[in-house]
Design a protein around this ligand. Structure first.
Ligand code: CA
Length: 222
């Protein structure tokens, strides 16, 4: 795990909290040094602060994404929606607002590692409530096929391809409806509602098709 963070206390907290039998932690205090460290050490996961002394964390994400698919989890005090959206659109995989719980951070690191490799060869995405077969374009729930409209399927398939990760509203709208529709966020509320009714055991308490308020949606695989 590479931690790119200028706050000494948070670096110390992460170093002492991440079980050394499971993680080896390296640290960078500056953004540029962090990008170099990622190239040299090839970490499995990057934990990235946005407010760094030299370059902004968003620039770090862009620099990493030019050559690397390493999962990047942003840890930031900036809780504004636009900051989250900018980080995710730049290529970050996940976002936690400080203060965050260690249990949640560990869960998100596990998800990031699970999805670290490309999903090719994994055409079937399993969730506790249903299965999506991306190759066959089939969705089954409790063994029975579920009929979805083309837009419902497009939205679900997009979330399934990025299972475990937050997909921004803009990304979903662009992929399913096209670039001209990236402001039509009400489409997402309507279609996610329909998908939850067809696929979730309790549509009012979704366990799989989760909302990240103001940011986007996430398909949870466990
Ligand atoms: Ca900082």
């Amino acid at each position: 795990v590479l931690v790119i963070e200028d706050d000494t206390a948070i670096r110390r907290f992460l170093r002492t909290s991440l079980d050394p039998t499971e993680f080896s932690v390296s640290e960078a205090e500056f953004g540029k040094a962090g990008v170099r460290a990622a190239a040299e050490e090839r970490p499995d996961v990057v934990l990235l602060d946005l407010g760094l002394p030299d370059i902004d964390g968003i620039e770090v994400v862009k620099a990493l994404r030019a050559w690397s698919q390493v999962p990047v989890i942003v840890l930031s005090a900036r809780g504004q929606e636009q900051d989250k959206v900018a980080a995710l659109d730049a290529g970050a995989d996940d976002y936690l607002t400080k203060p965050f719980s260690l249990a949640e951070l560990l869960a998100r690191i596990r998800v990031a590692r699970r999805h670290a490799r490309p999903l090719s060869g994994e055409p079937v995405v399993e969730t506790p409530a249903f299965q999506v077969d991306l190759a066959e374009r089939r969705v089954t729930r409790h063994g029975a096929e579920v009929h979805l409209t083309p837009n419902e399927y497009g939205l679900l398939a997009c979330l399934a391809r990025y299972a475990g990760k937050v997909v921004t509203q803009r990304q979903l709208l662009a992929e399913v409806w096209g670039e001209a529709y990236v402001s039509e966020t009400h489409y997402l509320r309507i279609y996610l509602g329909q998908l939850r009714h067809k696929l979730e055991d309790d549509p009012a308490q979704p366990q799989v098709l989760l909302t990240e308020p103001g940011v986007g949606y996430r398909l949870q695989t466990e």
